[in-house]
Design a protein around this ligand. Structure first.
Ligand code: CP
Length: 339
């Protein structure tokens, strides 16, 4: 059984084949590989792109997608093992995973961290417990990482600049009025280092460096791929000669769980906004963002409307890569895609 919890669990060969399958599916979207199959999508948090692209993607492959929002239109869930369930949760993931495994052929889950205790959240327990109890493959629709977004970014960069090996990839923090999940930033770091980019993590201070588990894996990826990973707090030097600028906001981890303090600190760094002046320093870089994005807070209108902005392409590519991921999880390969 093949789960897709993290790109790190898949070989580079499988990731590349999945990207090639996605490119074929982009040209031939309607397939019948999921005829008679069903996929349950558990959303513990809001979504626009992920929900739409998964639902439509399953339909385009001939299958049926069922969306459930535990705590809203389905019973609230407990994930901790050996929990004495006297709180809000009406049922345990053990039963939910068991039941859904009898109905469906695959389960997706979006489970953001709680934003209370990073030491607990960094363990990504919710998706791991679902994968433990499930008898069908599980796909990550964003937890503390966002591997489907990583694959969409990679397909987009392949299309725009032919790949990122030895290219300067700047992952820049940007301001946002609320402390956000580090998932997309963690994922950008993982995939860019995996595919051989020279990665610069640009952030205001040490407080914004990503969790050590991801920094360490990124360094290991870079060693294997011939790329590199460095941290910089120098905006001008980071943008200079960049081939890719990827923007995301996240809350400073040392203040995790203290939203007001995170908000106060981040308010000092509104000048990290991506604008035309900064983009002019680059090597005609591609700019992208996972979306949603607050215009004129994270990036200016001029950047979002520029031809070098690939954010909409990346969002479209979510559809194609997720279909390829689901097919790989169900045992298909590039030879089984109908053209
Ligand atoms: N990028 C992304 O996952 O978008 P949604 O939160 O709208 O699904």
């Amino acid at each position: 059984m093949t789960n897709f919890l993290s790109t790190q669990d898949w070989s580079l060969e499988d990731l590349n084949e999945t990207l090639d399958m996605a490119a074929l599916l982009k040209n031939s979207p309607m397939q019948d590989h999921l005829n008679g199959k069903s996929v349950v999508l558990l959303f513990l948090n809001p979504s626009m792109r992920t929900r739409t692209s998964f639902e439509i993607g399953v339909q385009q492959l001939g299958g049926i997608a069922v969306v459930l929002q535990p705590g809203k239109d389905a019973w609230a869930l407990e994930f901790e093992p050996e929990s004495i369930m006297l709180g809000e949760a009406e049922e345990h993931i053990a039963e939910v995973a068991g039941v859904l495994s009898r109905y469906a052929d695959m389960i997706g889950i979006r489970a953001f961290p709680t934003f209370k205790d990073w030491e607990n959240d960094r363990l990504d327990k919710v998706i791991k417990s679902l994968a433990t109890y499930s008898n069908v493959p599980v796909v990550n629709m964003e937890t503390i990482i966002h591997p489907c977004q990583e694959m969409a970014l990679m397909l987009t960069l392949k299309e725009r600049i032919g790949g990122i090996a030895k290219k300067k990839f700047v992952l820049t923090w940007t301001y946002h009025p609320r402390p956000l999940n580090t998932a997309v930033a963690n994922s950008a770091l993982l995939i860019a280092s995996r595919f051989g980019a020279d990665v610069t993590l640009l952030c205001p201070t040490e407080d914004y460096i990503l969790d050590q588990q991801f920094m360490t894996v990124a360094q290991e990826n870079a060693k294997a791929s011939g790329g590199s990973v460095q941290v910089s707090h120098d905006i001008e030097a980071s943008y200079k000669d960049a081939d890719v600028v990827y923007a995301k906001s996240w809350g400073p981890l040392p203040l995790y769980g203290q939203a007001e303090k995170q908000i106060d600190l981040s308010a000092n760094y509104k000048h990290f906004i991506v604008n035309e002046e900064k983009m002019a320093l680059t090597n005609q870089a591609v700019f992208s963002h996972c979306l949603p994005l607050r215009r004129n807070v994270k990036a200016t209108d001029a950047v979002m409307d520029a031809p070098y902005c690939a954010a909409i392409d990346e969002a479209e590519n979510r559809l194609h890569v997720q279909k390829a991921i689901m097919l790989k999880m169900m045992g298909h390969n590039i030879k089984t895609i109908k053209q």
